[in-house]
Design a protein around this ligand. Sequence first.
Ligand code: FMN
Ligand code: 173
Length: 357
Amino acid sequence: MAPLTLAEFEAVARERLDPVHYDFFAGGAGDETTLRANRAGFARLALLPRVLRGNGTRTTATTLFGRDTELPVVISPTAFHRLAHPDGELATARAAAGAGVVLVVSMAATTPVEQIAAAARAAAPERAPTLWFQLYVQPDLEFTEHLVRRAESAGCTALVVTVDSPVFGRRERDHRNGFHDLPAGLCCENLREPGGAVRRIEMSAELSWAHIDWLRQRTALPIVLKGVLHPEDALLAVEHGVDGLLVSNHGGRQLDTAPATVELLPEIAAAVAGRLPLLVDGGVRRGTDVVKALALGASAVGVGRPVLWGLAAAGERGVREVLALLREEVDHTLALCGAASPRELGPDLVRRQEGVC
Ligand SMILES: Cc1cc2nc3c(=O)[nH]c(=O)nc-3n(C[C@H](O)[C@H](O)[C@H](O)COP(=O)(O)O)c2cc1C
Ligand SMILES: O=C(O)C(=O)c1ccccc1
């Protein structure tokens, strides 16, 4: 039976994957409190529908940084797609392009960004697929700049700079399983030097706002900061001229006990006061989750693990099905809420209820 929900895709993926790789994808940091909190945050919110709105025609489409997208959902960057399926990022890119959904290519992709972009273009030549590139600013700024140029030349139209990883999160499942490295034959292809050697990704606690200023001066691409959670940092982001925020706790993989992302949205939306578009990820598994996040001020949401489950279950087709399920659920939820488009949603549609999980 074809999976009917994103949760069912996870169950299929779990059966197919090496348990060590399943744990790498599924796991979080520490006690996995934040991993669970992301889901609980959505579960605590109720949707309060409007009726008799006369919205016979609906759209799930919207725009992000001036480009059309079929869904207010982007594929958040996740490492190592070839651990999930031999076609890896190529399959993900084809599915995303076919669905008209933005793919954020991970710096830790197991396929070079140029090949990912070519696969996306070939899969949907008529619609100029949208790829963004996720960057961990490396202490070697010359190499970082080289990566930015590669992403630009490959046709990526935004940089997503991950700022929640001054050190790597402590994922205890991986420690228990002894999973520390990619198997032979796979590597982080975007870390390959012109000479052929592959660098290791460095997490750096030295990074500061000065690095964001440095990057701002070196690229005309929109810069989205991924992993801003504190409203004061959201204000600093505005001051430093970034173009968007992806409110994220890294799917519960970095600071354990960080709050659920959806719970932070209202505060962050109030702080930025419309000066920047907000995206949010962490625990989005249902169309109702998407609608709740948009109602609370997000322009779009990101999904991480569900795409890996689709990929592990059935390669490109699995990712296509995951995106199609999300699209149907978003459309259905908009209809039931009396909304004609993602842009019509406001905080009046959401109620917080205690004790519901
Ligand atoms: C297996 C895995 C790998 C990830 N790799 C990256 C990465 O390379 N860069 C990054 O910025 N975030 C990475 N993330 C975090 C995701 O971009 C995203 O924030 C998170 O998965 C969202 O939560 P969700 O999985 O509940 O949808 C990764 C997450 C997972 C689960
Ligand atoms: O697993 C992750 O969450 C992640 O961000 C990552 C980054 C670099 C290499 C491998 C994983």
